[in-house]
Design a protein around this ligand. Structure first.
Ligand code: NDP
Length: 257
């Protein structure tokens, strides 16, 4: 597995916490010799700390670049690739992980700003990033090469009351991913989706607008997945032989089935 990732440049969005942070760490652990990691999110100070943690754990064989980037801001995303130091521009794997849920209101009562932030981050943000990175892949030999791994959700397959907008954003990711995969057939650009069930991260803290007690209550009496459980799957998928596309993975804790 390590060999197939050797020398690659991996870009993870939403790497400042939860699944994104674990994914960055797991890539580094799996291929500690010559990997380059570009870690993006809005909280740049947190990303810098994570970059140091990674180097401390795996050593200096992995180069880590923390970059402040709001995926929902098209002009930031547009200039993003050109703003990277040259040695980090040749991206091989994009993990579109940045995403959030806001509130639990039923459809008629959802605040406009919550609708906007969920769509502009989860859907438009993911599309913005994909469009920014795809030209790098397409320029490569034989019609292109590179990986896009989109983090969807079980919520994109099974909607739940109080989750209409979040579920709609994740269903949109599902359709977008599926269409792209078909558009890119016969290239070596792989488009994959990983759909987690319940994972304990800052996700629920964000959902309840920072109310930690409400967030903790979500996990009472059940054993959610850890972000590492998802990270292992993402890295496994990226490290498959080039002709193998693990197109669609659903992963949830036992109690959730
Ligand atoms: P976290 O809240 O821990 O992480 C979300 C990450 O997204 C943070 O790093 C945050 O960084 C980043 N982010 C949010 N908005 C933006 C933005 N506009 N631009 C750039 N980065 C942004 O949650 P998870 O790790 O759980 O979530 C990761 C992904 O997993 C999401 O797409 C989520 O929908 C999905 N998921 C999570 C599940 C769960 O139960 N936890 C279940 C199914 C799917 P910052 O605030 O620094 O910008």
């Amino acid at each position: 597995m390590a060999k197939r990732l050797e020398g690659k440049t991996i870009l993870v969005t939403g790497a400042s916490s939860g699944i994104g942070k674990s994914t960055a760490m797991e890539f580094a652990r799996t291929s500690p010799k010559s990997l380059k990691l570009v870690l993006t999110a809005r909280r740049i100070d947190t990303l810098k700390v994570i970059a140091e943690e990674i180097k401390e754990e795996v050593g200096s064989g992995v180069q880590v670049l923390p970059v402040k980037l709001d995926v929902s801001n098209p002009s930031e995303v547009k200039g993003f690739v050109d703003s990277l130091p040259a040695q980090f521009r040749d991206i091989d794997v994009l993990v579109n992980n940045a995403g959030l849920v806001k509130g639990t209101a039923k459809a008629p009562d959802i605040a406009d700003e919550d609708i906007d932030v969920m769509f502009s981050t989860n859907v438009t943000g993911l599309i913005n990033m994909t469009q920014a990175i795809l030209p790098i892949y397409k320029k490569r030999e034989d019609g292109g090469r590179g990986d896009i791994i989109n983090i969807g959700s079980i919520a994109g397959r099974e909607a739940y009351p109080g989750g209409s907008i979040y579920c709609a954003t994740k269903a949109a990711i599902r359709s977008f991913t599926d269409a792209m995969r078909r558009e890119l057939v016969a290239t070596r650009i792989r488009v994959m989706e990983v759909d987690p069930g319940q994972v304990e991260t800052e996700f629920s803290v964000v959902r309840f607008y920072g109310d930690k007690a409400k967030a903790d209550a979500v996990y009472a009496g059940c054993e959610p997945l850890t972000p590492d459980d998802i990270a292992e799957v993402v890295v496994f998928n990226a490290a498959r032989r080039e002709n193998v596309v693990v197109a669609d993975t659903l992963i949830f804790p036992n109690h959730q089935a």
